[in-house]
Design a protein around this ligand. Structure first.
Ligand SMILES: Cc1cc2nc3c(=O)[nH]c(=O)nc-3n(C[C@H](O)[C@H](O)[C@H](O)COP(=O)(O)O)c2cc1C
Length: 397
């Protein structure tokens, strides 16, 4: 944990996810910041994911009694304190040495789901043991079923109740910022990274040694984590296509709830439901794989319609405000996931940063509900929205 009297509390420095991103930008080497921030190709989808929310204007209800607000809900039967969960993001160690362990603890404190990445920098067993959950496991299927089968034995033994399969990553993507920064994942020491690291000494110290005050045991633990990180990276760069047959096999193999992450069109949703899948996440992988896909919040209504109540529908991509969560719920999402906001919070202030970003989403959503006349999540419906062009940026007027 980052402590010390000279460090101003993150609560005093950041009131929004945008502040946390700015702080992360100052703390991380440029190449690492870009690796989290960037998207595929021309980054049109990256911009679209966020911009789409600007076209969804709110129609507050007057005179509704929303003196108290209840943000609680359930996802696949598990109670959560709010409809904001943490997306699986690989290699969180790029942001902070405690990485997924810190995220797991913060999510548990907040009473929400953390979906642990199949490319987690710590072994899945250690993340599961770090906090009581609720945690889900995000699976990248291996090329050989036997390998996936063995991995699922570990996932079961570690006690993950829900399996979330990512279906949108058949090949490793091209992210041009990474190319220009000569960035490889996992991070390989290079003269360039060394120079960038020197300008970010706090990050470098934390990345290499676990930060000031780390005990030898911490350092040793980190050395092990680094090994896990290399091994996982090899698996992940060796990703495979997931097909309908794989989902049939997985449905047989995995006894608990099964979630598909990466659905981007409604017409395949009935078939997914027919296979016994329990929920889908409308996601374009945070615009990190295929550029030119639609903003996720624009895809959401057709998926909700097609699911017709047979599966829960969640959304991720571009959510930066509690009011964005409110918009997604108004369009029929049961809950949302966020990715970059918590990765930047982790980079900005470690575990306290993740606590803080979750409290920002909670406070903003609660205020949004108060101001639109909603005392329960069930009060959030389509009547709260009108689709109109976004406002002109200030400088254009
Ligand atoms: C740095 C980073 C790493 C990610 N790693 C994974 C991953 O390992 N597995 C996965 O399914 N999605 C991964 N994603 C995608 C997220 O799960 C999520 O879909 C996306 O971040 C949501 O968009 P947002 O960042 O705009 O909130 C990653 C995203 C980021 C930013």
């Amino acid at each position: 944990m980052r402590t010390g009297r000279w460090v101003r509390a993150i609560e005093d420095r950041a009131i929004s996810t945008h502040d946390l991103r700015r702080i992360a930008r100052r703390r991380l080497p440029r190449a690492v910041f870009d690796a989290v921030d960037g998207g595929a190709g021309d980054e049109r989808t990256l911009r679209a994911n966020e911009a789409a929310y600007e076209r969804l204007w709110l129609r507050p209800r007057a005179l509704a009694d929303a003196k108290t607000r209840d943000l609680r809900t359930t996802v696949l039967g598990t109670p959560v304190s709010m409809p904001v969960m943490l997306s699986p993001c690989g290699f969180a160690r790029m942001c902070d040495s405690q990485a997924e362990l810190a995220v797991a603890r913060a999510a548990a404190r907040a009473g929400t789901v953390f979906a642990v990445s199949g490319a987690s920098s710590y072994p899945l067993e250690e993340v599961a043991a770090a906090a009581p959950g609720p945690q889900w496991y995000q699976l990248y299927m291996a090329k050989a079923r036997a390998e996936t089968d063995a991995l699922l034995d570990r996932v079961e033994a570690a006690g993950y109740p829900v399996l979330c399969v990512t279906i949108d990553s058949p090949v490793s993507p091209t992210r041009e910022r990474d190319f220009h920064n000569r960035l490889t994942v996992p991070l390989k020491p290079s003269p360039r990274l060394l120079v960038e690291g020197m300008s970010r000494p706090a990050w470098s110290l934390d990345f290499l040694l676990g930060g000031p005050g780390a005990s030898p045991a911490d350092t040793l633990g980190l050395a092990q984590a680094r090994v896990a990180y290399w091994n996982l990276a090899r698996t992940v760069t060796d990703m495979t296509v997931v097909t309908w047959d794989d989902i049939v096999w997985l449905r047989e193999r995995w006894k608990g709830p099964l979630v598909l992450k990466g659905v981007q069109r409604g017409d395949e949703v009935p078939r997914i439901a027919d296979l016994g899948v329990d929920a889908v996440i409308v996601s374009n992988h945070g615009a990190r794989n295929l550029d030119g896909t639609r903003a996720t919040v624009e895809v959401l209504p057709e998926v909700v319609d097609a699911a017709a109540g047979r599966m829960e529908v969640y959304l991720d991509g571009g959510i930066r405000r509690g009011a964005d969560v409110l918009r997604a719920l108004a369009l029929g999402a049961r809950a949302c996931f966020v990715g970059r906001p918590y990765m930047f919070a982790l980079a900005a202030a470690g575990e306290q940063g993740v606590d803080h970003v979750l409290s920002i989403f909670r406070a903003e959503l609660e205020k949004g509900m108060a101001l639109t006349g909603c005392s329960r999540l069930a009060d959030i419906d389509g009547s709260l929205l009108e689709r109109r062009p976004a406002a002109e940026p200030a400088g254009m007027r």
